[in-house]
Design a protein around this ligand. Structure first.
Ligand SMILES: [Zn+2]
Length: 372
């Protein structure tokens, strides 16, 4: 199946950061199907308060990412991918989009998806993710956990709940978070009154959730777990598909937990068409997030994510664009010029994010979809 996507949107700016768009999809050159999509633009987020400006920490993370990439990609026998993981267009001839830590991302000429073409085999990737100690150094201070919940988790939960009310006529009651990480979303959803569960493949992350947050996650791979169909009003994948060797397979597995008349699937992905991507392409020496090939095999285009959803039997109903692009630029400059120089410029540079949001040049996209 070959899909082509178009969007219709107002020429004038979005009042209040929200607007109604129409996304059109056509299968194999057939007639276009019109999909109304409510779009939110921008997210207030005090990124410096949450993360600070820390060039030494940045360099240490980047060094770890380089070592991880060297360990994972050192094997010259790694097989190149033959086709785009989202639309199936041939991978051969796809142009290079960026080279980070010695690893190339290519862009699909069909759907615009960005992906690592030559990659380690699945067993090596699975070992890497199941032992990932990324959360070992995460803060367990309750005040920091609360700040993260307030700034990161609750706005997403509120948005997803609002879309569920608009589409399903009531608040969601049950939630399943796939790739639950340290369990923050599950904790936030429970505090928000939902009956929420989470699935996570990484042992260290499951331990962190239990010990730091008191959240018991199911440890395992959602691909091989038996779903209870219809068990979740809300199925979420926050920043998970970018890690997946086959994001379609994972999305299709996630959709099995939904039922046709109550479910809403919410998926968050990093975008290739973002200032963060451009900053990292131009300054590739100290990268540890976004286009980071030891963890991120995928960077999505709007069309590549929409294609995956459609192929999985879903249709998008709402989307939210926001990002940390200005912070990425500021942080990269601080690594080069030192924190004191950049603290002076933090406010005006971070002030640019709202303009990047308005231009949809942002590194984060959340889409809500329902079975079609
Ligand atoms: Zn593609």
């Amino acid at each position: 199946m070959s899909l082509s996507w178009r969007r219709r949107l107002p020429l004038s700016p979005a009042p209040g950061g929200e607007r109604d768009e129409v996304w059109e999809v056509s299968e194999d050159g057939g007639p276009a199907v019109e999909l109304p999509v409510r779009v939110r633009i921008g997210k207030p987020f005090d990124v410096v308060a949450l993360k600070g400006l820390d060039p030494e920490g940045h360099r240490a993370e980047a060094e770890r990412a380089r070592a991880d990439a060297a360990a994972l990609y050192g094997d010259d026998e790694a097989e190149p991918l033959r086709e785009c993981p989202c639309c199936g267009a041939p991978a051969e001839g796809a142009p290079e989009a960026a080279v980070i830590n010695g690893v190339a991302y290519h862009r699909c000429p069909g759907c615009g998806h960005g992906y690592v073409r030559r990659r380690p085999d699945r067993a090596a990737l699975a070992r890497h993710h199941s032992d990932d100690e990324g959360l070992a150094g995460a803060y367990t201070d309750p005040a920091v956990v609360d700040a993260r919940l307030a700034q990161v988790v609750m706005p997403k939960l509120d948005w997803a709940g609002g879309v569920h009310v608009a589409e399903r006529g009531r608040e969601p009651r049950t939630a399943l978070d796939i790739g639950a990480g340290g369990g923050h979303f599950v904790l936030g959803a429970r505090r928000g009154g939902l009956d929420a569960e989470g699935i996570e493949v990484s042992g260290p992350a499951v331990r962190f959730a239990r010990e730091a947050l008191g959240v018991a996650l199911r440890q395992g791979d959602a691909l091989t777990m038996q779903p209870e169909p219809g068990s979740a009003d809300l199925v979420t994948l926050w920043g998970v598909l970018e890690y997946a060797p086959d994001p379609f397979e994972l999305l299709r597995a996630a959709a099995r937990w939904l039922t046709a008349d109550t479910g809403l699937l919410v998926v968050e992905v990093p975008r290739l068409d973002a200032i963060s991507s451009a900053v990292q392409r131009e300054m590739p020496e100290e990268v540890f997030r976004h286009l980071e090939p030891a963890s991120h095999l995928n960077a999505f285009s709007d069309a590549s994510l929409a294609t995956l959803l459609w192929r999985a039997g879903l249709k998008p109903v709402a989307a939210w664009y926001f990002g940390m692009d200005a912070y990425e630029l500021l942080s990269q400059l601080a690594v080069r010029l030192g924190a004191p120089a950049m603290e002076e410029l933090a406010e005006p540079i971070l002030g640019l994010q709202a303009d990047l949001d308005a231009a949809l040049a942002v590194d984060d996209l959340v889409v809500a979809a329902v079975p079609r």
